[in-house]
Design a binder for this molecule. Structure first.
Ligand SMILES: [Zn+2]
Length: 189
């Protein structure tokens, strides 16, 4: 029976852990960024495009991996990541915007990670335990197809969570409070 990661179900190779798969995935990402950079490096102004492609791919890769390994994160961090990944996939928000919001919400990594003494969050009882795609599907791909591979991984991850726990509407917290209405009768003039 193949060795499987207890959290995401990915099958690492002999002597490998899921973290090794994650590192292999990021190595493909570096190669993708290197290839794009070598192609367009003479155009210095295009360096921003390399950064944008790399940042989005990195967000899809790392965000999906974190959502598929939820045990160490708080419920709030998982919910924010689920929503942010869905928003970026749908083109509703930029990666930089999601990251900034996460930094503001959590004030650094210490509040994102669940303390060992905190126990398992009840929300995780609803979390998917199997995934249509995992890190294993992105660590042996051609670097030229990596951006598409991690976008598919992110879409599959968000969809699997949506199926059991739909994301809240985007950014409800930025809406000002509704004005108080008088109950019953016509509005007074
Ligand atoms: Zn895993």
């Amino acid at each position: 029976m193949p060795n499987r990661c207890p959290e995401c179900g990915a099958p690492p190779g002999a002597g490998e852990s899921c973290a090794d798969l994650f590192n292999r995935m990021l190595a493909v990402e570096w190669e993708m960024i290197g290839r794009i950079g070598r192609r367009i490096a003479p155009e210095a102004f295009l360096a921003r495009e390399v950064a944008a492609v790399g940042m989005k791919a990195h967000f899809f890769a790392v965000g999906s991996y974190q959502l598929q390994h939820p045990a160490g994160l708080t419920a709030a961090a998982l919910a924010g990541l689920h929503q942010g990944l869905g928003d970026v996939l749908a083109g509703r928000r930029e990666v930089a915007d999601v990251r900034l919001a996460a930094r503001r919400a959590f004030n650094g990594p210490q509040r994102v990670r669940r303390s060992a003494a905190g126990g398992r969050d009840p929300m995780l009882g609803l979390w998917p335990s199997t995934w249509p795609l995992t890190v294993a599907d992105c660590c042996d791909v051609d670097p030229d197809t990596y951006a598409d591979a991690v976008a598919r991984l992110a879409a599959a991850t968000v969809a699997a969570i949506d199926a059991v726990r739909p994301a809240a509407p985007s950014r409800p917290q930025s809406r000002p409070p509704a004005p108080q209405r008088r109950r019953g009768g016509q509005p007074q003039r």
